[in-house]
Design a binder for this molecule. Structure first.
Ligand code: PHE
Length: 355
C-alpha cells in the first residue's frame, strides 16, 4: 500500500518540478502551486484518501504525504524567490512591462511623389552647376506675374495663360517666372537660381492639361551670356535628368519676357516618338520653353541690360515626371490612383531609365 502511495507522491513531485520549470512568472507559479497542493490537487486528493485506509496505515501514510508536501512547498518557495530576484513580478497586476528587445510595430512608409522625386533630382543637378533654390508665393500680384515680365495690362499675351483671378490685382501665379523678378531684386547680378513650384491655370483638364501643376524656373544672369550658353546648359540638364542623350528639337517660341524665345521639345517618352494621347500623337512633348532674358525684364529686376545678359527657362516638372515615370494621364498625379502609372513592360523610350 505504501509502495503505491510513494509512486503517487513521486508523480506529484515530478509534476511540481515540471510546473516550476514552465512557470513564466510569479502569477503562473502561484497558480501552479495551489493547483498541486490545494484540496483538489494531487496532494490534496492523497490526503483526503487517508480516511479510507486501514487504521494502522493512516499514520505512516499521513507522515509520508506531509513530508513530501513540505518538500514540494519548499521548492515552490525557492522558485518564487528566484523569480523575485530576477525582477519579475515588479509590475503591478495588469500593468504592462516594456521589453526593449521586442521588434517594434511596423509602420508602413509612404513614398515620394513622382513630381517631388524629379524636382529633388533636378535641384541636385542644378546645385552642381552652381544654381541656388529660391521660391516665391503661389498667391501673386499682377505686377510680378505679368507687369514686370513685360506683359502689360492690355497685352494679348495675357491670354496665353488663363488666370485664376482673386481680385483685380491678386491671382494664383500662372507660372514660376515671377520668381525671376523676386530673385533679381533680392540677389542682384550675377546670379544663378532655380525656382520650383506649383502653378495654376484656368484650363479645361485633359490627359495633358491640369489646372494645378509644377514648373521649375531657371535663371542665369552674368556678363557675356549668350544663346550658346543657354543651349549648352539645357542639353546638360536633360542628359543628366534622363541619364542619356535625349532627342530634342528647338523651335522659335514667343514669350514676352524673353528675346529670342524658344520652345524646346523632347521626343515623347511614353510612346517613344510613335504618337500617343500624351504627346497629342505628334511624338514630341514641349518640355522646356526658354530664351534670353528680355532687357525690359532685367530693368524691372533692377539690372542694367547693357552690363548683363542672361537666359531663363521654365521646365515643366509635371511633364518631366510623366515622361520619367510613365504616367499617362496628368490627372493621375493629383489623384493618388496608382493605376495612373504605366506598368514597366508597356513603357518605351527614356521612361524606363532607372538609377
Ligand atoms: N513662364 C513660361 C510659361 O509658363 C515659361 C518660360 C519660362 C518661357 C522662362 C521662357 C522662359 O509659359
Amino acid at each position: 500500500m505504501l509502495d503505491e502511495l510513494n509512486r503517487d507522491l513521486d508523480a506529484a513531485s515530478a509534476e511540481a518540478d515540471r510546473l516550476i520549470a514552465e512557470a513564466a512568472g510569479l502569477d503562473e507559479l502561484r497558480r501552479a502551486e495551489s493547483r498541486l497542493t490545494g484540496k483538489t490537487g494531487a496532494l490534496g486528493r492523497l490526503l483526503a484518501g487517508i480516511g479510507r485506509l486501514p487504521a494502522e496505515q493512516r499514520g505512516p501514510a499521513g507522515k509520508a504525504i506531509n513530508a513530501r508536501k513540505t518538500e514540494i512547498l519548499a521548492r515552490f518557495a525557492e522558485a518564487r524567490a528566484r523569480l523575485e530576484a530576477a525582477g519579475a513580478g515588479k509590475a503591478a497586476p495588469g500593468e504592462q512591462t516594456f521589453d526593449p528587445s521586442l521588434p517594434g510595430a511596423v509602420i508602413p512608409r509612404g513614398s515620394v511623389h513622382p513630381v517631388t522625386a524629379v524636382q529633388w533630382e533636378v535641384e541636385e543637378i542644378m546645385a552642381r552647376l552652381g544654381f541656388v533654390v529660391v521660391g516665391g508665393p503661389e498667391l501673386e500680384t499682377d505686377y510680378y506675374n505679368f507687369e514686370a515680365l513685360n506683359i502689360p495690362a492690355m497685352h494679348p499675351a495675357r491670354d496665353m495663360q488663363d488666370t485664376f483671378w482673386l481680385t483685380d490685382k491678386l491671382l494664383l501665379r500662372t507660372h514660376t517666372s515671377p520668381c525671376q523678378i523676386r530673385a533679381m531684386e533680392r540677389l542682384g547680378p550675377p546670379l544663378r537660381v532655380i525656382a520650383p513650384g506649383r502653378v495654376f491655370r484656368y484650363e479645361t483638364e485633359d490627359a495633358s492639361h491640369a489646372n494645378t501643376f509644377h514648373q521649375l524656373e531657371g535663371l542665369l544672369i552674368d556678363r557675356n551670356i549668350s544663346i550658346a550658353n543657354l543651349i549648352a546648359v539645357m542639353k546638360l540638364i536633360l542628359a543628366e535628368v534622363f541619364r542619356r542623350e535625349v532627342k530634342v528639337r528647338l523651335r522659335p517660341g514667343f514669350f514676352p519676357f524673353v528675346e529670342p524665345g524658344f520652345e524646346l521639345d523632347m521626343q515623347c517618352g511614353i510612346c517613344g516618338g510613335g504618337g500617343c494621347p500624351t504627346c497629342k500623337r505628334s511624338g514630341w512633348v514641349e518640355i522646356l520653353p526658354c530664351g534670353m532674358v528680355h532687357p525690359n525684364v532685367l530693368r524691372a529686376g533692377g539690372i542694367d541690360p547693357h552690363a548683363y545678359t542672361g537666359f531663363a527657362f521654365g521646365m515643366g516638372l509635371t511633364r518631366l515626371a510623366m515622361m520619367r515615370y510613365g504616367v499617362r494621364d496628368i490627372r493621375g498625379l493629383n489623384s493618388g490612383d496608382l493605376r495612373a502609372v504605366v506598368p514597366p513592360e508597356r513603357r518605351r523610350g527614356f521612361a524606363i531609365v532607372e538609377k
